[in-house]
Design a protein around this ligand. Structure first.
Ligand code: 2HA
Ligand code: ZN
Length: 273
């Protein structure tokens, strides 16, 4: 079996390409992880090697013990993933304590999983629990319009959720719970990982101030779609602001309620007046 033919690997590579083409992944910006299904692990196992060392993560999640993740590599470019997957992504196995990983496939020319692996890992833990095991994808991108809004909107979940919901009619249907916001923090470590995963208890998308966006979902389409929808709404809002003209009309709170009701989702009333 050629591991490249595996549907999970192919879906992972396709998302990397799609994100690159959106302009969200300058240089080594952004990262992606996918929690594999048992059948995918079994299909890929013949290509695994187990001679690489276990590495402590600085974070721990017992509900992820023994899981396998596909992950982008630290310092690797999304732009290169489809050209040479085996050098730019990897599969890691989590140990039985849920606090260390080892690379079992990929990063053939050396390297480690993404510098944001602690954030991905804790987000997976929280979203796996919050969704009864449905969530499999965590995706971080440097979405320019979302980043731009973090300079002009108050850094609260309420302000961001309302601004985004009002900027595209599909938004309350796509993310009815709203989005979380984490104030500026040094990326890459356990502190920002813990702050993000706290938000992920309530939301499947979390804004990182002056940095980007994290999205979670059950599959690549849904997760990429969430990232795309939020960034597009942020782009609309940025364009509105950049006209410098007063806002004469927007989607009202009752209209947000009406669209949520019609599409059978429960909008987060905490953010409505
Ligand atoms: O992978 O995006 O947040 C580079 C980053 C760090
Ligand atoms: Zn980043």
């Amino acid at each position: 079996m050629n591991i490249m033919e595996n549907a999970a690997i192919q879906g992972f590579i396709r998302l990397c390409d799609d994100g690159w083409r959106q302009g969200w992944h300058e240089r080594n910006g952004g990262n992606l992880t996918y929690r594999m299904r048992q059948a995918e692990i079994d299909a890929c196992r013949p290509a695994f090697r187990t001679d690489r060392d276990w590495v402590k993560m600085g974070v721990k999640a017992e509900n992820l013990a023994g899981e396998f993740f596909i992950a982008t590599g630290s310092g690797k470019y999304f732009r290169n993933v489809s050209l040479a997957p085996e050098d730019n992504i990897c599969i890691v196995e989590i140990n039985n304590q849920g606090d260390s990983y080892r690379i079992v496939w990929g990063l053939e020319s050396g390297g480690r999983p993404t510098s944001e692996f602690p954030s991905h890992f804790l987000n997976h833990s929280v979203r796996k629990a919050a969704t009864g095991g449905e969530c499999r994808v965590i995706y971080h991108a440097h979405t320019p319009s979302v980043i731009a809004l973090t300079y002009v909107l108050p850094l609260t979940a309420r302000d961001f959720s309302r601004a985004l919901w009002q900027s595209a009619t599909e938004c309350p249907i796509v993310f009815p719970e709203g989005v979380g916001v984490v104030e500026w923090m040094v990326p890459g470590g356990p502190d920002i990982a813990k702050a993000t995963s706290e938000c992920m208890k309530h939301y499947d998308a979390v804004v990182w101030a002056h940095h980007g966006l994290f999205c979670a979902g059950p599959d690549f389409d849904t997760t990429f779609g969430l990232m795309h929808t939020i960034e597009k709404a942020a782009d609309v809002y940025s364009r509105v602001l950049s006209t410098g003209r007063p806002i004469l009309s927007t989607i009202s709170d009752d209209q947000l309620r009406a669209v949520a009701k019609d599409f059978g989702v429960r909008i987060n009333e905490d953010f409505l007046d």
